[in-house]
Each structure stands twice: as structure tokens, then as C-alpha cells.
Design a binder for this molecule. Structure first.
Ligand SMILES: *[C@@H]1O[C@H](CO)[C@@H](O)[C@H](O)[C@H]1NC(C)=O
Ligand SMILES: *[C@@H]1O[C@H](CO)[C@@H](O)[C@H](O)[C@H]1NC(C)=O
Ligand SMILES: *[C@@H]1O[C@H](CO)[C@@H](O)[C@H](O)[C@H]1NC(C)=O
Ligand SMILES: *[C@@H]1O[C@H](CO)[C@@H](O)[C@H](O)[C@H]1NC(C)=O
Ligand SMILES: *[C@@H]1O[C@H](CO)[C@@H](O)[C@H](O)[C@H]1NC(C)=O
Ligand SMILES: *[C@@H]1O[C@H](CO)[C@@H](O)[C@H](O)[C@H]1NC(C)=O
Length: 491
């Protein structure tokens, strides 16, 4: 954050020191020293006369041909083009050569990226602005052309235009016919070019010298996308196969840097705007995250705990109530070592019973009855047992712990009786009278429960009642015959 603040201040300072002081210069007139006293850079065919700068050769200069010439004159010091508003006013005079009935090419006011002379071969229609080698964005410049020759792409032989990277495709071009001004009239013409940095509007006003300036052309242009912020300003002119004289009689220029960069849209501003918006946003997000993350985590944790607790309670109450629950086949296969022979407790009419150890806490030993997959009767048996035994609660009737039906598999899980089946004892080994009595009373109690108590006591709900009514005939006694292991006596 501090770093970013520093960066911001740095940018602020950098951009304000960058704007040096506002540049204003004025040439109320020119004299033969103008090109040599250091205030102007005169290049090409530019000469300084008495009261004017001549951009292309004069008709009376016998020593040089006036054709195919290029001249460029620039103020010796670069000026700020943006972020700024600027204004320049100058007086020009464009005259055909004596005895010439055809006009030459014209001249231009230019914002050049450097103080170099006009590119080679920028004669004629190129007006000294661009050459064949600098067309198409090679240079960053802006020119306001005052064109006196009609090329095939021009509206006429008396127009102004705005050129950046192409002469053939100017940014804008407008005939001056409607203004009543004839560029090549040989009369002094005052031109003013204003650029409004806020509005990004380039405004061109003109009048014959002495008349009121009138706005002849407006155009919106993003100057920062067009030229460097520091430019050389001046004039260019060219002749081709027809001579023409191009004079500049006076010139003033001023640029006013714009103080508030935020609305300027310069690259610095864009960066600053981005920083100003993005940085606080990120900071805000971070702060929110830092502040609320722990409580958010707590919330999630509490929710998790609540869910866990709920599941816990469910499991515990199920276990406490000994309510039959669903097992997965995988669980039971694991508990019985994949229904191994070693775990086989016995085989009955509807399937086999295996001893299994459930990995509960503490591990519980169960008897898993695997009902023969193919037996349709087995399936019936399976459901009957869930419906009936699952509901029976008697100390002498083995308790159903759960069930599993996955595809072909029908499994029932019972409480494991360590003493095994009753048939192991009856008639096979000596039982004392006490034990015999216990067995008999236990059986009697279970039978009484099955035949009476289970109906009357569980008669509170109708569904249980209906199912229970058919129940006693079906499983318990049957299964006691069929699967000896299942109906065991707890003695
Ligand atoms: C150079 O000449 C121009 C035009 O005549 C004049 O305005 C300017 O002050 C001169 N500069 C110097 C340093 O003499
Ligand atoms: C004639 O043109 C040459 C070359 O452009 C220049 O050096 C010379 O000063 C000019 N003479 C006059 C009188 O303009
Ligand atoms: C240029 O040539 C013309 C005649 O061709 C002559 O009258 C004039 O004085 C010459 N000008 C200069 C500056 O030599
Ligand atoms: C322009 O002048 C040339 C001679 O310099 C002449 O041949 C031509 O006909 C003239 N054109 C017009 C349109 O007057
Ligand atoms: C052109 O500009 C460069 C730096 O911008 C400077 O070094 C050089 O002297 C300038 N040339 C002229 C003729 O003023
Ligand atoms: C402007 O006037 C000239 C001369 O009258 C004419 O040739 C030209 O076509 C006019 N321009 C437009 C754009 O109408």
C-alpha cells in the first residue's frame, strides 16, 4: 500500500515536472538573420527574406530551379503537445510564379516528432510532410495542410486537410470554397490552429489578413495517439513540376499545459486512473478477506460440526435404539472376509449365515445371512424378515441389526449369538434341569410374544398392525426351522 502511494506521488511529480513551463514564442516578423540566429531550424529550400520566410525558391532567384523543391522550418526547441491546449497563429502568402497559370502544391503547418528535415522525395503532393519511405505510421506527426493543387484524392485545388500517416488518406480534408478564401490568391492569409486539450478538438480558423478570423474546420483528434508529447513545430512546403512561392510572414505559438492529468487521458493518467481504481479495490477486498476470513472459517467449521453432530446423533440413536440400518455389500463382505468358509456359521433353506466383524467402535460381531440370489422365495423371505423381525423386540428373539440389498445381493444382519444354535444342545449333550427350564421358559416367552404381544403391543399404528398381522405365521417359526442359526436362544 505504501509502495503504491509512493508510486502514485512519484507519477504525479514526474508528470508535473515533465510539463516544463508553458511555451510561448512569437515572430512578429522575419529578417535575413532569422534562419541563422539560432531561433529557427531552416532546412531544404527555406530562405529568410526581408519580412518573411520563403519555404520554396523565389521566382527571382536565377541560381536555382524552383521545381521539385522541399523546405522545412522548425522552432529550435521542442514544445509540449500534450497534455496541453495550444494555439498558433501565422500569416502566409502563397503565390503562383509570374507568367504561370497553374498552381503549385501548397504548404503545411507541422507537429514533427524530431527536428530532422523533410524525408527524401517528399516533393510535390507530399508537401514535405511525408515521403514514400515514411508513409503508413513510420513517423508520429500531425500536419495541417494548405493544399493548392488537386491530386486525384483531393477535393479540389483550394482545401485544408489533416494528415498523420498518409497524404493520400488524410484524417480529414475540406474545401475552402465556402469560406471565400483562395489560398493561392497571393494575398496574406491569417491562419489560427487551436487544440483544446479537454475537448480534444482541433479547430482551424482563417481570414484574409485584416479580416475577422472565422472557424473553417473542426476535428476531434486524440493527439496523444498521434504525436509524442514533446514535438517540434514549424512549416513545410514543396513544389513539383509547377513552381509556387510559399511565404510565412509572422508566427506566434503558445502551449498551456493542463494541470489536472486525471481528465486528460494521457498514458500517465490512464495508469494513474487504473492505479487509483484498482489499488483501493484490491486493498478493500484484501481487508474484507482478512477481517472476515476467520469468522467465515468459524462459520464453516460450525456448520461442519453441526452436520457431524447431526450424523453422530443419528448414528448413536440408531445404535442405542438398535434400529435396523442399511449396510453396503462392501461393508459386509469385508466383515465376513468375503463370505469365507471359515466364517460360515451354517446353511439353511434360503441361504447361508456367516460370522462377521463390523469395524465399529467398539467392533461388533454379527451374523450375516446371505439369501440365495436366485431364490424368488429368498427375496420374499428377505422382505418378510425386515418387516417383521426388524420390528420385534424380545430378549429371546434374535435382533435384526440391518439389511443390505444391492443388485442380486440380499443380506440380513443379526446380532451374533456366541453359544450358537439350540439344536447343537438338544439331544446332543447333557443339560441340567436349570438350563432346560430356562430354555423352555425362554421359548415360551418368545412364542407368547410372537403370537400375542407383538400384535397387541404394536397395534398403535395401522401400518404396523397390518403387516404384523401376517407376520407371525411367516418368518419366525419358519426360520427357526430353516435357518437354525438365526433364531437362537440367549441363554
Ligand atoms: C532571431 O530572429 C528572429 C526573427 O527575426 C527574432 O524574432 C529573434 O528574436 C532572433 N533571435 C535572436 C536570439 O536574436
Ligand atoms: C537563391 O537560392 C539559393 C539556393 O536555394 C540560396 O542559397 C540563395 O540565397 C537564393 N538567393 C536569393 C537572392 O534568394
Ligand atoms: C534573374 O534573372 C533575371 C533575368 O533572367 C534578371 O532580370 C534578374 O535580375 C536576376 N535576378 C538575380 C537575383 O540575379
Ligand atoms: C497556361 O500557360 C501555358 C503556357 O505557359 C499555356 O500553354 C496553357 O494553355 C495555359 N493554360 C491555361 C488554362 O490558361
Ligand atoms: C535536434 O535535436 C537534437 C536533440 O533533440 C539536438 O541534439 C540537435 O542539436 C538538434 N538539431 C538542431 C539542428 O537544432
Ligand atoms: C471550389 O472552386 C473551384 C473553382 O471554382 C472548383 O474547381 C472546385 O471544384 C470547388 N470545390 C468544390 C469542393 O466544389
Amino acid at each position: 500500500m505504501l509502495l503504491l502511494l509512493f508510486l502514485y506521488t512519484f507519477l504525479d511529480q514526474a508528470s508535473s515536472t515533465f510539463l516544463i513551463d508553458p511555451h510561448t514564442f512569437s515572430f512578429p516578423s522575419f529578417d535575413p538573420n532569422s534562419c541563422t540566429n539560432g531561433s529557427l531550424i531552416c532546412m531544404g529550400s527555406v530562405t529568410a527574406g526581408n519580412g518573411y520566410l520563403s519555404l520554396t525558391p523565389e521566382p527571382n532567384n536565377n541560381s536555382t530551379s524552383p521545381l521539385e523543391k522541399v523546405g522545412r522550418v522548425l522552432f529550435h526547441h521542442p514544445v509540449v503537445a500534450w497534455p496541453a491546449s495550444f494555439s498558433t497563429t501565422f500569416t502566409i502568402r502563397i503565390s503562383p510564379f509570374p507568367n504561370s497559370n497553374v498552381s503549385g502544391d501548397g504548404m503545411a503547418f507541422i507537429f514533427a516528432q524530431d527536428n530532422a528535415s523533410s524525408p527524401p522525395s517528399s516533393t510535390g503532393s507530399y508537401l514535405g510532410i511525408l515521403g514514400p519511405s515514411t508513409q503508413g505510421g513510420v513517423v508520429q506527426q500531425l500536419a495541417v495542410e494548405l493544399d493548392t493543387y488537386k491530386n486525384e484524392w483531393d477535393p479540389d485545388a483550394n482545401h485544408i486537410g489533416i494528415d498523420t500517416i498518409s497524404i493520400i488518406n488524410p484524417v480529414a480534408a475540406e474545401s475552402l470554397n465556402a469560406t471565400g478564401i483562395d489560398l493561392k490568391s497571393g494575398r496574406n492569409i491569417k491562419v489560427r490552429i487551436d487544440y483544446h486539450g479537454w475537448k480534444k478538438l482541433l479547430e482551424i480558423s482563417m481570414a484574409y489578413s485584416g479580416d475577422m478570423l472565422v472557424s473553417v474546420f473542426n476535428h476531434f483528434i486524440e493527439i496523444e495517439d498521434t504525436v509524442p508529447s514533446s514535438v517540434f513545430v514549424g512549416f513545410t512546403a514543396a513544389t513539383g513540376r509547377v513552381p509556387e512561392s510559399h511565404h510565412v510572414l509572422d508566427w506566434t505559438f503558445s502551449t498551456i499545459p493542463l494541470p489536472d492529468l486525471n481528465n486528460q487521458g494521457s498514458k500517465y493518467d490512464k495508469m494513474k486512473t487504473i492505479l487509483l481504481i484498482v489499488v483501493p479495490l484490491i486493498m478493500g477486498l484484501l481487508i474484507v478477506l482478512i477481517c472476515f476470513l476467520p469468522s467465515f472459517r468459524r462459520l464453516v467449521k460450525r456448520k461442519k460440526e453441526m452436520v457431524k453432530q447431526k450424523v453422530d446423533i443419528e448414528i448413536r440413536s440408531r445404535t442405542a435404539a438398535n434400529v435396523p440400518k442399511m449396510f453396503t455389500h462392501k461393508m459386509l463382505a469385508k466383515a465376513t472376509h468375503n463370505f469365507s468358509k471359515e466364517n460360515l456359521l451354517g446353511t439353511g433353506g434360503f441361504g447361508s449365515v456367516y460370522k462377521g466383524t463390523l469395524k465399529d467402535d467398539p467392533p461388533t460381531i454379527v451374523a450375516v445371512k446371505k439369501i440365495s440370489a436366485t431364490s424368488k422365495q429368498g427375496e420374499k423371505e428377505y422382505f418378510a424378515e425386515i418387516c417383521t423381525i426388524g420390528r420385534l423386540r424380545h430378549k429371546n428373539i434374535v435382533q435384526l441389526q440391518g439389511w443390505c440389498h444391492e443388485g442380486e445381493h440380499h443380506l440380513l444382519v443379526y446380532k451374533y449369538m456366541p453359544n450358537g444354535s439350540l439344536d447343537r444342545y438338544i439331544g446332543k449333550q447333557f443339560l441340567d434341569w436349570d438350563t432346560r427350564f430356562k430354555i423352555l421358559t425362554g421359548l415360551a416367552s418368545a412364542l407368547l410374544y410372537l403370537h400375542e404381544d407383538s400384535i397387541s403391543s404394536s397395534g398403535s399404528t395401522t401400518t404396523t398392525n397390518i403387516e404384523s398381522k401376517s407376520a407371525p405365521q411367516l418368518p419366525s417359526l419358519d426360520s427357526s426351522k430353516a435357518d437354525d442359526v438365526v433364531l437362537q436362544c440367549d441363554f
